[in-house]
Design a protein around this ligand. Structure first.
Ligand SMILES: Cc1cc2nc3c(=O)[nH]c(=O)nc-3n(C[C@H](O)[C@H](O)[C@H](O)COP(=O)(O)OP(=O)(O)OC[C@H]3O[C@@H](n4cnc5c(N)ncnc54)[C@H](O)[C@@H]3O)c2cc1C
Length: 480
């Protein structure tokens, strides 16, 4: 069968550019992207894929058919001569493009721009069970589904993504997003409603009212760590565009004590905030919302200096807490996130440490193989590894996870290694992005010879016009 991925990529890329009045020549020239060049010249990679096919046997079950699960299914059917791959995924639109939700919430994309049918991206050689796993039983090599009973496997890939826990915030539930000024971009409908609320907020400021925008970041790992800030930058830009910025106060309340885990990006973001007169208060975790009074309550946690300790030769640091009530007109909530319940309560979850709290799958961070069940692998948001809850991480994880799974199927040791690469295209305005790439060294790891702490128009082109076609016609098809 002829693979039309690259033609599809080209068509989709052209369509994106046309929609925004750009020529392809301008975009490619400006971006100078090696990954785009890869997309446009697939021959080598396709040939390499063919050469690596394995005769290993065994039934592989992939739970979750989103970005990671779908990509793994495509990888396996390409790399196994006689693939026996089953994907369990309930959502018929599981592969929709989540990074585009930030752009929907700011009026740049529409919902239709990100939607995609799972059936068009799962490989025809794989079996799709449209169902939900309610229990994992790795001691007996089976999972239990809600409608189709037990499904047994020889090898398991866990790619369930994560769960949004709005209800861990007192007074809040997911169905309240979109009302009473409470916005959230983390699910599709929430992104659409966020754009409506943002426009109302901007209109209020434009009419002369003094308004408060409040943006939160919880005390759990989250997918796309930059997204809570991206939506704040975009709100700022829409206010500027309306000539109403001076009537709005925009404040970020992160649970942590910095803007970004990588010092270079932290510094750059602080400077960007100062330049836009955006404010921040560290160590604030959203714990309650009163939607009628429009008050957000934060747990403000901090350390105060106690007695001098003669033995340790340092001051004791005493933890303190206080509840802080913050009025808002527009509240953007980033909810606490955990592994889905079926994963978190299973023996696959971490048994100790902070990863256990979130119920993330206990895998070795380099090989993505489970530490206690060698026939089980995990990748994507549900994997219990440091950082890495982005589509960009999935792109680097799937060749490692796939190669190691095939090795184990062949009775060999897994040797491919994931280095922790992740990427956050931090939208800093409509038209600029800071491309924050990094890995476990917590150092910038730029793919291009450009200062990675600078906001650039070329990364906007990458983000808005190129990453989506690259996702649909490159990554999801396991082509790059
Ligand atoms: C607003 C927003 C902005 C983002 N921005 C970026 C960005 O700029 N760059 C970037 O790289 N990434 C970004 N991301 C993150 C990226 O989309 C995710 O990291 C990526 O989708 C993770 O893939 P996944 O397969 O692990 O999870 P998902 O794509 O969420 O797929 C998980 C799938 O598992 C299924 N599932 C769950 N539980 C079960 C079960 N029990 N049984 C069967 N199936 C189950 C779900 O239905 C779902 O389809 C963003 C995400 C959001 C929400």
């Amino acid at each position: 069968m002829q693979d039309r991925s690259i033609e599809n990529f080209n068509e989709a890329f052209e369509a994106e550019l046309k929609r925004h009045g750009l020529t392809r020549r301008d975009a490619i020239k400006l971006a100078g992207l090696s990954s785009a060049a890869f997309m446009l010249n697939p021959t080598k990679s396709a040939a390499a894929t063919q050469a690596k096919a394995s005769s290993a046997k065994g039934k592989v079950v992939i739970v979750g058919g989103g970005a990671a699960g779908c990509t793994m299914a495509n990888y396996l059917v390409k790399h196994l001569d006689d693939p026996d791959v089953t994907v369990i995924e309930p959502d018929p639109k599981s592969v929709s493009y989540q990074p585009g939700q930030t752009l929907i919430a700011s009026g740049i994309y529409e919902l239709d721009d990100i939607l995609a049918d799972t059936k068009d991206y799962l490989p025809s050689e794989a079996k799709w069970i449209q169902d939900y796993v309610v229990e994992f039983d790795p001691d007996n090599n089976k999972v239990i589904t809600s409608k189709n009973g037990e499904v047994s496997y020889d090898f398991l890939v866990v790619a369930t993504g994560l769960k949004l826990n709005y209800d861990h915030i007192k007074g809040l539930s997911q169905d309240m997003i979109g009302k009473d000024g409470i916005a959230s971009i983390y699910f599709k409908d929430g992104a659409v409603k966020t754009w409506q609320l943002m426009q109302e907020f901007v209109q209020k400021a434009k009419s002369g009212q003094k308004v408060d925008g409040v943006f939160t970041h919880p005390n759990t790992p989250i997918k796309c760590g930059g997204a809570p800030k991206k939506i704040m930058y975009l709100t700022h830009d829409r206010l500027v565009e309306a000539g109403a910025r001076e009537n709005a106060t925009l404040t970020f309340y992160p649970n942590g004590g910095s803007m970004f885990g990588v010092p270079e990006y932290h510094e750059a973001i602080l400077n960007q905030y100062k330049a836009r007169n955006m404010k921040w208060n560290y160590h604030h975790n959203l714990v309650a919302v009163d939607p009628k009074a429009k008050i957000a309550t934060f747990d403000h946690h901090y350390l105060v200096q106690g007695e001098w300790d003669e033995d340790l030769e340092e001051y004791e640091m005493i933890p303190k807490n206080e509840l802080v009530e913050v009025p808002y007109d527009f509240l953007h909530v980033t909810p606490p996130m955990t592994a889905p319940d079926a994963v978190a309560k299973s023996p696959l979850a971490w048994q100790r440490g902070s990863a256990a709290k979130g119920g993330w799958v206990e895998v070795k961070k380099e090989t993505l193989q489970h530490t206690r069940y060698p026939n089980v692998f995990a990748l994507g948001d549900v994997a219990g590894i440091p950082m890495g809850k982005t589509g960009g991480s999935v792109r680097k994880q799937y060749p490692v996870c796939g190669a190691n799974l095939v090795s184990v199927m062949e009775g060999k040791e897994p040797t491919a290694q994931y280095g922790g690469y992740t990427v956050c295209p931090l939208i800093t305005s409509i038209g600029t992005v800071m491309l924050a790439e990094f890995d476990w060294s917590a150092k910038p790891t730029p793919s291009f010879p450009l200062d990675p702490t600078k906001e650039r128009w070329i990364w906007w082109i990458l983000k808005v016009y190129m990453l989506k076609p690259m996702y649909f016609h490159g990554m999801l098809k396991a082509r790059g």
